[in-house]
Write a protein that binds this ligand. Sequence first.
Ligand code: EPU
Length: 360
Amino acid sequence: MKTNVNLHPYNSFGFDAVARYFSEINDIQQLEDLIHTDVFKSEKHLILSGGNNILFQNEFFDGLVIHINTKGVEILREDENEVIIRAQAGEDCPDFVRFTVEKGWFGLENLAHIPGKVGAAPVQNIGAYGMELKDSFLQCEAIHLETGEKRVFKKEECAFGYRSSVFKNELKGQFVITSVDFMLHKQADLKLDYGNIKAYLSEHGMEAPTLLQLHDAICAIRDAKLPDVKQVGNAGSFFKNPVIEKAQFEALQKDYPNIPHYPDADGMVKVPAGWLIEHCGPSTLRQAQGSGTAHDPHGSEAVSWKGWRDEHVGVYDKQALVLVHYGGGKGQDIVELARNIRDSVEAKFGIQISPEVNFV
Ligand code: EPU
């Protein structure tokens, strides 16, 4: 166990935050030993996986950070139709997805290039391009942080929803996922219906793509829209797409006929938060607060958040759902920006958006 470790390399926003205690777990036995230590018992703890979906609000974490770095992939069962494969929690998710694609196994390809570790993927049921982790998830193994008990969670016990699971809600902070089992298929079953996938493929002369071509196309589509964490700090989508009542949506549609929308469960309507954020800005907030639109150095007269920035943080210019840290800033800069964005979306559209990113 180390003390006073700067978590800068462990969070994709790239903020400085010093952890009082830090323990890296390279095999499960280390975790089992750790939970019997005095430090573990007396300090608050934080399970840190890839750090791709986390915002350190403060420069000091007064507790124990447990960094899961266990590796290993094994085939548990395989026949001519399907394969069950187990990945340890610390495996890099994009590498693992690419490995399954290269093997010719279907089920994870649209999740290509989502930064993070395998063990964190079920926690928020990662999803992209018409696919979610739950579609291929079979079960996971986890360790209870108080008792050390090992428990297998079957899919139906995980309460998967849109960017959510039992691990983010009822059991938050109680278990550490140590491995995940996936059920993948050998028969072609490509999901090409989301957004501009088909358009992209046909532009590139790939109307009937192979599994690998689809994987690579998704990587290219993502790269064109989302900033590379190696170049600029970010945590992917910062907010979730809100789901609203049909009546509220129809009223909005009268004022904004071009508002994009997707049907959701129980007649509700999902609206892309990226569109809402793009269609309001710092000026919305200033008007709502009755403070006029006088010029200020931070561009608070701007009508759109998209591409807005101040010295250290901003809103990505190609995807308004992504908040970015250009360097030299503090977690509180993002907290403030997120609050202003949330308030302006509410002031203009009457919709409350909530973060997808975990605040620590
Ligand atoms: N849009 C705008 N302006 C923007 C961004 C989006 O108007 O700046 C509108 C457009 O109408 C666009 C629609 O929003 O057609 C949807 O945009 P996009 O396809 O980029 O998807 P998203 O809803 O913004 C979600 C996920 C992403 C995932 C993509 C692709 C959430 C919170 N985000 O974004 O996930 O990659 O779909 O499937 O559900 C992540 O979770 O970190 C993440 C990047």
